[in-house]
Design a protein around this ligand. Structure first.
Ligand SMILES: [Zn+2]
Length: 292
């Protein structure tokens, strides 16, 4: 599932291409692909000819703000990813006309939605497992959107004093706490494991026992790791691809996530172990991430 660096990579890639263009049309393999709109026809009507003003992100939602009172919200969920290129519909299947990974990578071939743009290019949503969500949202009611309600702050924007405050009265295991979008958004299994490896905290450490110095370390590692991953265009462990259809490369420098049985890169003699916490896996080094 894409986490913050992957969604941010998508947003940055699309922003540089889309802003200033207009939507000409939209196609989908399902009439009901768009929530909050009475079918594809009315969605088409709402966005056709509309200029794209801004592409941004809140948590893992990609927001395309168009002229007029509406915005398009896209959540890529587990396997969805947005791409920018050119495609042609042939025998019911969209095929990229650009010789690149858009055409050859099997992960890019599950196209469910295609937006046509005024410069002759398209934006496509490839989504093998079909959990991806497209919503047409009224700008006036964005604040009331239940999906955005009660979300925690953005890790790249939050300052230390705000971050520190989140821990006041908070209880639970650190891994689960930092993965909770109501606590802080955008951190899933990959980046939680990487952050905890970096700061040397066991995933089961209780947050009520953390000292301010620990929280400072978590804060610094969170920023450093997320920013580095964005620079490397995210982690492609499975379906995630960038808007040009390519893999990110942060998975090549993971220190903990999916490194079970491999030597700890802190060279402390530890071997990465995997455990299951609340149904999710956690990867950690038993030598420098000791449960206190
Ligand atoms: Zn270690």
């Amino acid at each position: 599932m894409p986490e913050l660096p992957e969604v941010e990579t998508t947003v940055r890639g699309l922003r540089s291409k889309l802003e200033g263009l207009c939507f000409l049309d939209v196609w989908s393999d399902r009439e009901k692909v768009v929530r909050q709109a009475a079918g594809l026809k009315s969605f088409k009507k709402a966005i056709k000819g509309k200029k794209i003003l801004k592409v941004w992100r809140r948590a893992k939602f990609i927001v395309i703000d168009i002229e007029g009172p509406k915005s398009i919200f896209i959540h890529q969920k587990i396997s969805g990813h947005l791409m920018y290129g050119k495609w042609k519909l042939k025998d019911g299947v969209w095929k990229s006309t650009i010789d690149s990974l858009l055409k050859t990578d099997p992960k890019n071939q599950h196209i469910r939605v295609i937006f046509s743009l005024s410069n002759g290019y398209q934006v496509a949503l490839s989504d093998l497992r079909r959990f991806g969500k497209v919503m047409l949202v009224d700008d006036k009611t964005v604040e009331n959107l239940k999906e955005l309600g009660a979300l925690g702050p953005e890790p790249l924007d939050v300052n230390f004093s705000e971050f520190n405050k989140l821990f006041t009265k908070k209880k639970g295991r650190i891994k689960q706490v930092i993965m909770d979008p109501h606590f802080i958004v955008g951190i899933g299994n990959i980046y939680a494991d990487e952050i905890l490896w970096e700061v040397g905290l066991h995933p089961l450490s209780r947050v009520e026992n953390l000292k301010e110095v620990d929280i400072k370390k978590i804060y610094a590692a969170m920023k450093k790791i997320l920013e580095k991953s964005i620079k490397m265009k995210g982690s492609s462990m499975d379906d995630y691809r960038t808007p040009s259809g390519e893999k990110g490369s942060f998975q090549n420098v993971h220190k903990a996530y999916h490194r079970t049985g491999e030597k700890c890169l802190k060279k402390d003699g530890g071997v990465i172990e995997r455990m299951v916490i609340g149904g999710r896996s956690a990867h950690f080094c038993p030598v420098h991430q000791v449960l206190k």
